[in-house]
Every structure is written in C-alpha cells, then in structure tokens.
Design a protein around this ligand. Structure first.
Ligand code: SF4
Length: 272
C-alpha cells in the first residue's frame, strides 16, 4: 500500500470526550486517517472516512504546526478545569510516517512542559519506544496502552495485515515497563488467541484490558456487523470467536494468571 499523505494545519486538536470516552475531558488525534487499515476498524464507516470517498488506510492527513495550536488549547482547557486526554480515538498516534513527521512527539513535548492531569496513549506501534524520554517525564500521569488483539501472528495477519507484528508489540510493552512507564496490554478487539496468551503477558504488564466488538464498538456490535467481519472468521473456521460471550474464554484464562484488580473489561480499561 502506498498511502497518500497531505499536510493540513488544524484549527484545533482537542475534542470533547464523549460516548465511550466520556470519562475524559478531551480526545486528541495527531493524524486523520490510519494506514494500519485494520479490517475490523469501525472508523472506516464513520464520516471522517466516508466523506473522503477513498479506501480507509489509503490516505493520512498530517496535522502541521500541531504543537503551536495545541499549546494554546491546552492552556485554555487547563484554565477551565482538569484535563484528561485520550490519544487517539480515531487513528493510531504512531503512524509509520510519525517516524519523520514527529507530530505526536511535538504534542508530547507540549504536555511535558505543561502537563495535563492524565494522558492515555493508545497505540499498536513499536515507534512509541522512541518517546520513552518524554513519557517518563509525565510520571504517573500517563498510561501507554498497547493493542495486542491476539498472541497468534497468523491471526493478526489475517485481520490486520498492515499493522505491526505481535512480537514487536510485546517487546514494546517489555521495554516501556522496564523504563517505569505505566502500561496496559489491551486485547481489543479480542481476536482468537492461544491458551498461553495470559502466560505470555504476565511478565510484561500488571494491567490487561479485554474488549470486543459487542461491548466496545459503540453500537453493541452493529457497526462491526455492517463491516461483514464475520466473513473473516468463517474463512478461518473460527466463528465461535465472533460471539458476545467469547471474551469470557480469554478472561477466564487471564484470571488464572492475573489478580482480579489487574484485569479490566471494556470501557473500564480505558478510563483515566
Ligand atoms: S490502528 Fe486503530 S484506527 Fe488504525 S485502522 Fe486499526 S483500529 Fe482503526
């Protein structure tokens, strides 16, 4: 895939936290669009994608001069009350192009200079390791949540072929945890996994969240259903994993290894 990149200077970057993110004062998206192009991504059916008229994953807008805009917005928001930020809600803040564009890094620099009350970073990219220096300076006011939908690489490739390999994400969790950054392994959306998944995660994190399409897509699973994702399960003969109760398989496996207060289900795991 050869994505189309466009630089755009935004008028604002902070959006009000609503719906699933109602526990946050704001969400923050350094990019619009996402080249990871996961098959199950429900953002592909939201106006940001449908108005574009181009395949989700084939384009990304890079927010130019983001730090200057954000610095002022953050200051203003903080003058009104506590600021808790979820980054990002409709893209991955560590797009591959972030390697040279540094938009997310520039926003973290602003937050280090003028810290919000809390920052939740949601990503599946090992590139987040580059910013450990900044994340460390946010202390306990940050949590980095790494998406690991499965421990089975062939399953990851089937559902999300353009996203980073699972091994790289697990290594990233290890490096972040070793650096003292608060972390979470986020099994979302939960894909078919092996019974050793919990053992794999145990040395890497003290916090695991499980979410699925039925609890976490903001529509009780309807958005995901309309994407026809069931077909991807049928191709593998794993339809039993596409079910509102299937998450219990993974939770039960995790419960054998993790303490109750280390496990979170759906929205709980994303709260500030
Ligand atoms: S990484 Fe997130 S935003 Fe990007 S395509 Fe996948 S699910 Fe969608």
């Amino acid at each position: 895939m050869n994505p189309e990149y466009t630089h755009k200077t935004p008028k604002s970057l902070l959006n009000k936290g609503t719906g699933f993110l109602a526990g946050y004062s704001h969400s923050l998206n350094p990019y619009t669009g996402c080249t990871f192009a996961c098959s199950y991504c429900y953002v592909r059916q939201m106006p940001v994608s449908t108005f574009r008229g181009k395949a989700w994953g084939s384009w990304v807008d890079i927010k130019s001069d983001a730090a200057d805009v954000f610095r002022k917005e953050l200051q203003k928001a903080k003058s009104k009350g506590p600021v808790t930020i979820f980054m990002s809600s409709s893209t991955d803040p560590y797009q591959p192009i972030e390697y040279k564009e540094n938009v997310t890094r520039s926003l973290l620099e602003v937050m280090v200079a003028d810290p919000p009350d809390f920052l939740f970073v949601q990503t599946r990219s090992p590139l987040v390791r580059r910013d450990i220096d900044l994340l460390a300076r946010l202390g306990s006011n940050v949590r980095v949540s790494i998406t690991v939908e499965t421990d089975r690489e062939e399953i990851r490739k089937h559902f999300s072929p353009y996203a980073p390999p699972i091994a790289a994400r697990l290594k990233t969790l290890e490096i972040l945890t070793d650096a003292g950054i608060p972390t979470q392994a986020t099994i979302a959306p939960m894909l078919p996994s092996s019974d050793s998944f919990a053992h794999t995660l145990r040395p890497l994190v003290n916090r695991v969240c499980v979410d699925d399409y039925f609890m976490g897509d903001g529509s009780g699973g309807k958005r995901t259903k309309s994407l026809g994702i069931i077909q991807k399960y049928k191709e593998l003969g794993l339809e039993e994993w596409y079910h509102p109760d299937a998450y219990r398989i993974v939770i039960e496996r995790l419960q054998q290894i993790f303490a109750e207060d280390e496990l979170f289900v759906s929205q709980q795991g994303f709260e500030p």
